[in-house]
Design a protein around this ligand. Structure first.
Ligand code: GLN
Length: 259
């Protein structure tokens, strides 16, 4: 039997890497290694090409300045990302990356930054930064992807993102989410997930990590089930407990935000 493998792409690893997002890569590696799935992680940045055998793409967060720099290069990667999404690869994009895979990101000051329009969202910066621990109840449709537990992360953004259509990742229980107004957080589109949850997200949300791993495997014809990892449960529960406690004590400000 050929060894199971995953090719993980960290898009703009050197420019879009805020608030512990590297932990998402480490979590994917750890949860794959524990199942004897070989992983290769490749950082792809400006002027480089996304390989045709990518199984998972992670695109993290960045400030407005880096986003403007990346956006010009990202346009040249659109075809590769479209083909990746058509193969059903697991795509996770957080905050600044999430904004750039939508239609556009309009910063509070300066020119509109065009996105790839691959996620059904658009973003316009507000005057207030939305910062703190975020708790989200997953959209019911995500249960078929094995995602049923509340999602927990850390948000830090001024961009307000609105869904044009489709399914949000979930409903905000505590915090701001996409825009602090409509109660939506993130988007789930095909096998792509956009979210404002940094932190990193995946160590505290193993169902999401395993969903991305399963998509990545299936994208090259491996539909073997993923064994449970009970030995990690105590660490995950401890991390979730701490973040939930912080979220419980979080004071959210105006914008009609959820408290
Ligand atoms: N610059 C964007 C904003 O402020 C994204 C920030 C981020 O990636 N954390 O909304």
């Amino acid at each position: 039997m050929t060894p199971r493998h995953l090719n993980i792409i960290w898009l703009y690893h050197d420019l879009m890497n805020l608030y512990g997002d590297r932990g998402n890569i480490l979590t994917l590696q750890k949860r794959a290694d524990a199942r004897h799935i070989n992983t290769v992680v490749k950082g792809i940045s400006i002027g480089e090409t996304i390989p045709a055998d990518a199984d998972i793409i992670f695109f993290g967060g960045g400030q407005d300045q880096e986003q403007a720099l990346v956006a010009q290069d990202l346009a040249g990667k659109k075809d590769a990302i479209v083909q990746f999404m058509q193969r059903g690869g697991g795509l996770l994009t957080v905050c600044g990356g999430y904004q750039l895979l939508g239609e556009y990101y309009q910063p509070l000051k300066g020119k509109r930054i065009p996105g790839l329009g691959l996620l059904p969202v658009y973003t316009e910066a507000g005057s207030e930064r939305m910062i703190g621990d975020l708790v989200v109840k997953p959209s019911p449709a995500l249960s078929k992807a094995g995602i049923t537990s509340d999602l927990i992360g850390f948000e830090n953004h001024s961009g307000q993102t609105f869904l044009k259509k489709g399914i949000s990742l979930g409903k905000v229980i505590k915090g701001h989410g996409n825009n602090g107004e409509d109660g939506n957080e993130g988007v789930w589109h095909g096998t792509a997930i956009g979210t404002y949850m940094h932190g990193p997200l995946l160590p505290k949300n193993p169902e999401l990590a395993d969903y991305l791993i399963a998509c990545g495997l299936r994208s090259h014809g491996d539909s073997t089930d993923l064994a449970p990892l009970p030995e990690l449960k105590k660490y995950i529960d401890a991390a979730r407990g701490m973040a939930l406690e912080r979220a419980r004590n979080r004071k959210t400000s105006g914008l009609g935000l959820r408290s």
